[in-house]
Design a protein around this ligand. Structure first.
Ligand code: C2G
Length: 129
């Protein structure tokens, strides 16, 4: 059993998120997603429109996601990798290089982002409606 993990806010769930999760899941047999809590998002300087509990429900309903856990801190990744016997850590390429330190614990993979879609762009488009 090959376990893959990824993390994110997944606010205003969109096809860029779906494409990331689909490709991450294809790298193994199980995909765990660490969803940033609202408190952690504040630490990240992000404010999500969709509350944490709803974002977790959306992720849990995605066919590519097998398990959802809270992401409360930057530091938890190495503990999660051990706790969940993770083989591969995946992030979109906007994070390229940022998590290379995890390569001592598991494979680290950065995947190209999906072009022309982002939560920020969706928020901007909604703001002018
Ligand atoms: N993503 C993507 N293509 C897009 C938009 C997002 O591939 N058009 C990917 C991002 O690269 C990330 C994942 O989808 O891997 C989730 O994106 P965000 O919710 O924006 O994640 P972020 O807020 O950057 O949180 O500890 C890591 C952080 O929690 C990542």
């Amino acid at each position: 059993m090959k376990t893959v993990i990824t993390y994110g806010t997944f606010d205003l769930f969109h096809v860029g998120h779906v494409n990331l999760l689909k490709r991450a899941r294809a790298l193994g047999d199980k995909l765990i997603v660490g969803v940033s809590t609202d408190a952690f998002n504040e630490l990240k300087g992000k404010r999500s429109l969709v509350p944490y509990a709803h974002r977790c429900s959306v992720l849990a309903s995605c066919r590519y996601v097998d398990d959802v856990i809270p992401e409360n801190s930057w530091a938890q990744k190495s503990q999660d990798i051990v706790r969940h016997s993770v083989d591969t850590f995946v992030m979109g390429a906007d994070w390229e290089g940022k998590f290379d330190d995890l390569s001592c614990a598991c494979e680290v993979v950065y995947l190209p982002r999906t072009k022309d879609v982002s939560t920020t762009a969706l928020k901007q488009a909604l703001a002018v409606l």
